[in-house]
Design a protein around this ligand. Structure first.
Ligand code: FDA
Length: 302
């Protein structure tokens, strides 16, 4: 089921069919703040009121033209102005294929530089999301180049990849802040663990490496057993609560988000917005079969 949904996430024919189903869009809205930046600002305000931080994501990936990549860059810089103007407790997450990585790595580097420089001038941090494994190396190289020059940028490491332990070691050495996730794409056994228990075990191993490092890192998961393991490890090593943060996705495990914030942990909500929600939504469906059952029930109801 997971493989099928991740395959459909990249299937234009199914996309065009699904986008015409109203309940499909309505279900997507559980995971997406809305089409507009104002919708996203509303979601940030709600999170901030509950003592939670936010990171915004302008939805879109695998841009088809250079013009689209440059347009996305301008949209992100406009959004940064708005975050600053609203004094929102929020930073920005960006996918490099939205900025042209799939067309020309140098184009995405230049666009990401522009975004990071603008964010730095406004005192805002930016995070480069991680996509399929074919982009891992180039993405980390771009993050490293920008970090060297500007500083206010961080990376994402996926615990399902065999290479991640090495990448975490490199990030720690270079002082680059990391968001640790399990990984959301379909990857072959040659590059990624295929069993959840192996991905989870690697997550815990990498979490321990990150927490004992000097940088402020993010543990991004809704997995309660891993969250407990993180809390226990931090306690056992006298690592203070403000040395790291938990991150979760908008619309997922809201009670758990709130509970952690009330316990005094830093909690950041990843808030996606914009019209290009299809691929993001399909990845959220793939993560949990119950989400698909919900869609299927609505489909048969017509
Ligand atoms: P797991 O999938 O084991 O889920 C644990 C529990 O969480 C489930 O039992 C369920 O209760 C709940 N849950 C998880 N997903 C759900 C869903 N879709 N709907 C409802 N409940 C759900 N990936 C990536 O490859 N690159 C990236 O840049 C990012 N960025 C990112 C940022 C943030 C803030 C988060 C939290 C996650 C990402 N991810 C990501 C996604 C990540 O790789 C992973 O696919 C999801 O977080 C789901 O995995 P969990 O760690 O939650 O564990």
């Amino acid at each position: 089921m997971r493989a099928l949904l991740l395959f459909l996430a990249r299937h234009e024919g199914f996309k065009n069919f699904a986008l015409n189903l109203r309940f499909f869009r309505n279900t997507a809205l559980r995971f997406v703040a809305g089409d507009t930046l104002d919708d996203a600002i509303g979601a940030i305000r709600q999170a901030n009121q509950k003592q939670m931080l936010a990171t915004l994501d302008l939805l879109g990936e695998n841009t088809l033209t250079r013009d689209d990549a440059n347009h996305a860059c301008r949209e992100v810089t406009d959004a940064l102005n708005k975050i600053s103007h609203e004094k929102a407790d929020c930073y920005f997450s960006v996918k490099l294929t939205q900025l042209g990585l799939n067309l020309d790595p140098e184009l995405s580097f230049q666009n990401m530089m522009q975004i990071t420089r603008h964010a730095r001038d406004l005192g805002i941090f930016v995070r480069v999301d991680m996509e399929e494994s074919r982009y891992t190396k180039e993405t980390l190289q771009i993050v490293e180049r920008i970090h060297e020059q500007l500083g206010n940028v961080g990376a994402v490491i996926q615990s399902y990849l065999h290479c991640s332990e090495q990448d975490v070691t490199a990030m720690i050495q270079k002082g680059i802040p990391v968001r640790l996730v399990k990984g959301a794409y379909l990857e072959p056994a040659s590059v990624a663990f295929q069993k959840k228990k192996d991905t989870d075990a690697n997550f815990v191993k990498l979490m321990k490496m990150l927490l004992t490092g000097q940088t402020y890192n993010a543990i991004a998961t809704h997995d309660e057993s891993i969250i407990c393991a993180t809390k226990e490890f931090a306690l056992s090593q006298d690592i203070p609560k403000d040395h790291f943060e938990f991150q979760m996705l908008y619309g997922i495990r809201r009670n758990l988000q709130l509970k952690l914030a009330q316990e005094g942990y830093n909690v950041r909500i990843y808030i996606p917005y914009g019209k290009h929600w299809y691929a993001y939504f399909m990845r959220r469906l793939a993560e949990r079969p119950a989400n698909v059952a919900f869609i299927a029930r609505n489909l048969f109801r017509g």
